[in-house]
Design a protein around this ligand. Structure first.
Ligand SMILES: [Zn+2]
Length: 440
């Protein structure tokens, strides 16, 4: 889910009258009052033409008309549990749906990702369009979806069952309407996006046989409208301080693991962190000790470092490691007569690479131009999603929201409201995809 509203896209601000002349009536009818027109850029004019191609007009109409299909798909997939590392049942269902739609070469890779292909009418780039299969919810969670009008309640209904449904709806229309696009669409349901998965699905794709053939990456994750082109990286550690421990009176005079950790936390708390680029640090959990009158044999803490700048993240990580080592040295120096050990063990809980797809890149400009054509407002945002992986490799990558209105992601009360125009989500994603691949 987007974390930071970073800057504004052109969106509805400057949509010229010409932009929607041949669009479906529903899109025009719901457009807000327009600002004074400015001439379309060549890229914007291309997106306008793409939206006016007869097959694309038909696809837009079908997405609106068959909106119930998209919602049924969203609910159907969501009622199949997909805890971290246990996405297989939902993956199988996603695979079966791809096959029903006529997607070719559908397979499940060694990591558990579902991958299929839609071939274009002529050679061109390869675009990977993905939603993530996994949820944050453990086994045994009730995943039955409850519907109340246009509102749906269920764990994962927005994040990311919405994304999965949008990906399928887009592929369905590209096939059904025989849109003459260039290149190749890879349709993917990937595993391991959420915390514990540590982006393992997308990492596997970018280290597997497809890695050099993917030109463009779009994941559909979240609700509303937005373009995520900043990837927040994070380094997470579980740190242990270990010693022999002993009686608080009888064994007094030896290094104390909790005292050592206290020294470390004091240093971490004093770390300098920049706001441009934003850098954050947090000791989120501490533990250790067995009784008030025992020198503990272990102290443990969990630390989260984040930044959208890979260099800044590496820099604060180095200062963290130094603080941890210094804390051990200082605690040992406090008791020079003691020969008791004090060991530092750092377990890596997760490393998410940071990266950015520049605002000036073709993929971002195309996504903004598509928003202008459809007269929707799409802010540029920074978040932590599957797009982090290609961003860190400096490959063009964004994450798009899937339309509708979501609430309470990662909570059992999660909801998704399709309102009157949820279908604009897949329409928007379709236009971005076709704008990047090209339609003739
Ligand atoms: Zn998500």
């Amino acid at each position: 889910m987007p974390l930071v509203r970073r800057s504004s896209g052109a969106g509805s601000l400057l949509a010229p009258l010409l932009a929607t002349t041949l669009l479906p009536a529903a899109l025009i009818a719901q457009s807000p009052a327009r600002q004074p027109a400015r001439p379309a850029t060549p890229l914007e004019a291309t997106l306008d033409r793409t939206a006016q191609h007869p097959t694309v007009v038909a696809a837009f109409a079908a997405l609106e008309r068959d909106n119930a299909w998209t919602l049924d798909t969203q609910v159907g997939l969501c009622e199949i549990p997909a805890p971290p590392f246990k996405e297989a049942a939902r993956a199988a269902a996603f695979r079966d749906r791809l096959r029903e739609l006529g997607v070719s070469n559908v397979r499940i890779d060694g990591e558990g990702n579902v991958i299929g292909e839609v071939r274009g009418a002529r050679p061109g780039p390869t675009l990977l369009l993905a939603g993530h299969l996994d949820t944050v919810f453990p086994e045994g969670t009730n995943v039955k979806v409850r519907r109340d009008g246009t509102k749906f309640f269920g764990p994962g209904i927005g994040d990311d069952c919405r994304g999965l449904a949008v990906v399928l709806a887009v592929a369905k229309q590209m096939i059904t309407q025989k849109v003459p696009f260039a290149g190749r669409l890879l349709v993917v349901g990937n595993v391991g996006e959420e915390g514990p998965g540590n982006l393992r699905g997308t990492r596997a794709i970018y280290s597997g046989p497809l890695k050099d053939s993917i030109d463009l990456f779009i994941s559909v994750d979240g609700t509303g409208f937005g373009i995520t082109n900043g990837g927040v990286g994070s380094n997470r550690y579980r740190v242990h301080f270990k010693g022999p421990g002993g009686h608080s009176y009888g064994a007094f005079g030896m290094p104390n693991p909790i005292h050592a950790m206290g020294r470390a936390i004091a240093k971490i708390a004093d770390l300098e962190a920049t706001t441009q680029p934003k850098v954050t640090f947090n000791v989120g959990i501490v533990g250790g000790g067995t009784s008030v009158n025992s020198i503990p044999f272990e102290a443990t803490m969990e630390i989260d470092l984040r930044s959208e700048s890979a260099a800044a993240l590496a820099e604060i990580d180095a200062r963290l490691q130094k603080a941890l080592r210094e804390a051990v040295v200082e605690e040992k120096a406090r008791w020079p007569q003691s020969r008791a050990a004090l060991d530092l063990v750092i377990d890596t809980m997760g490393l998410r690479p940071a990266g950015t797809t520049p605002d000036s890149s073709l993929i971002v400009r195309t996504a903004l131009a598509a928003a202008r054509t459809l007269n929707v407002y799409t802010p540029l945002t920074t978040s932590s999603t599957d797009a982090n992986v290609p961003m860190a490799l400096k490959r063009p990558a964004i994450t798009l929201d899937g339309g509708g209105v979501g609430r309470g992601a990662h909570s059992l009360d999660e909801s998704y409201d399709d309102r009157t125009d949820g279908y604009k989500g897949p329409q928007y994603v379709l236009l971005v995809v076709l704008g990047l691949l090209g339609v003739k």
